[in-house]
Design a protein around this ligand. Sequence first.
Ligand code: ADP
Ligand code: MG
Length: 332
Amino acid sequence: RESKGKLPRYPGLERWTLVEKMGDGAFSNVYRAKDTQGQYPEVAIKVVRKFEMNSTQGDNIMHPDFKKQPKTVERANILKEVQIMRQIDHPNIVKLVDFSESRQYYYIVLELCPGGELFHQIVRLTYFSEDLSRHVIVQVAKALEYLHEEAGVVHRDIKPENLLFYPIPFIPTKNPKPRSAEDEDKADEGEFIKGAGSGGIGVIKIADFGLSKVIWDSQTMTPCGTVGYTAPEIVKDERYSKSVDMWALGCVLYTLLCGFPPFYDESIQVLTEKVARGQYTFLSPWWDDISKPAQDLVSHLLTVDPEKRYDINQFLNHPWIRETQEETYAAA
Ligand code: ADP
Ligand code: MG
């Protein structure tokens, strides 16, 4: 953690006192900050440099088109990200507080998620119990349901690094048993912190609308910029773009349940092939004790044909999800 003295000062950000650096994105630094005017609770500020923004996008292996993601962030993209966030209001989506810019930077002021990335929790807990996985994935799905069905937006960059959370004070730990010999060893050494059985970890929020896209006008409920003359391929295209989020949702669910992603290879070429063919397995021993309904749900999301892949409503109506319908996932 950086000390206060080391944090940079940005022109035009005088209202906010930077407290610590929270994240390094490909194009941005994200800081936790306090409001000197006391109007807002602590916020997160995403500072995006305007120039030298060439970097390594297209790194999301949970995205079926991961090679095709853009390599640069342009002004229009930042404005689009902000514009989309302005229209969005959901307890499971990070809220935009303010947007401004200076000569060299854009400043995106966001609702703070003090728990940080879900990614770090997967690393810390090794994997999540089915109950905890459900608790998390339902919240992500509620956000997607809102985006897809109400806001007419596709996110297109769902992955554990872009899923943040607002923690509840107590994070319970305990899985019935470790799943592999390696895990047994860790457990013996007292290092193995098991996924929570119940109680959850808090409110999950989707962040990073940098690759998101509006697919239809939420006012008129029609595809973007058209008045009833929409060609079939456009209508189809919208369905496909939603299905991209569903694929990623499947990758996240898979990763939560076992602790490693469904598709991986050191060679990008081989990895691309595996994704294109939908070549994954429920690897033993890690998947041995994971329920059939959970596996069934994952396989309906990691379906190569987007026409056959589950949409958000099919997802929410799957037996494994409906098991805990009585539970509510309201915002903190
Ligand atoms: P990029 O487009 O560069 O990936 P993100 O919006 O994903 O930028 O932010 C980068 C990282 O900063 C996130 O992965 C997360 O660790 C942290 N971060 C972003 N927004 C917040 C927030 N609202 N609260 C807490 N941490 C955040
Ligand atoms: Mg990100």
